[in-house]
Unconditional design. Structure first.
Length: 165
């Protein structure tokens, strides 16, 4: 099916915002089933989901992120440095939690025939590093600011570990 046919199909199902439907279809490689899952999932339209954010000022460029967090992955020899920096040495933890990846992960984990994308560049790895970033930046306020992070850490991550082990 073409993108326009998929768009019409989703419009007939009751989804109303064409721009969001197009963005979801693009991010889901025109897979209607995955698009339905993402569109109907709770929390898709939150401000930390760049794919669906109408406010483009929320999206920061790579250069801005590098300027803001250039020291987060380096460890100084000074004893007064932040101990969390030592834990993230060698990992790029400069991107916030992605609702899109969380919804993709949920749609693949919380089913009978589960399939967990567990590489660092896939949904589980992106959600883990995003949750670590949000916790590092916002502390426990993260759970109030981003309910998806709380659902990821308390429900989805537990399911992933249980199923893999």
């Amino acid at each position: 099916m073409s993108d326009e046919e998929n768009l019409q199909k989703l419009l007939l199902m009751g989804f109303t915002d064409e721009d969001n439907i197009r963005a979801v279809l693009k991010s889901c490689s025109s897979d209607v089933n995955e698009a339905i899952s993402v569109l109907s999932s709770e929390g898709v339209y939150t401000r930390n989901s760049c794919a669906f954010t109408p406010d483009k000022s929320m999206i920061r460029s790579k250069e801005t992120l590098e300027d803001e967090y250039s020291g987060s992955a380096t460890v100084s020899l000074d004893e007064s440095s932040d101990p969390l920096d030592k834990l993230v040495l060698g990992h790029n933890i400069s991107i916030g939690f992605s609702s899109l990846e969380f919804n993709r992960l949920q749609s693949r984990v919380l089913t009978e025939q589960w399939d967990i994308p567990c590489l660092r560049s896939q949904s589980l790895g992106v959600c883990l590093t995003g949750a670590i970033y949000e916790m590092k930046v916002n502390g426990l306020k993260t759970f109030d600011l981003y309910p998806e992070v709380q659902r990821f850490l308390t429900i989805c991550l537990k399911e992933c570990v249980t199923k893999v082990v």
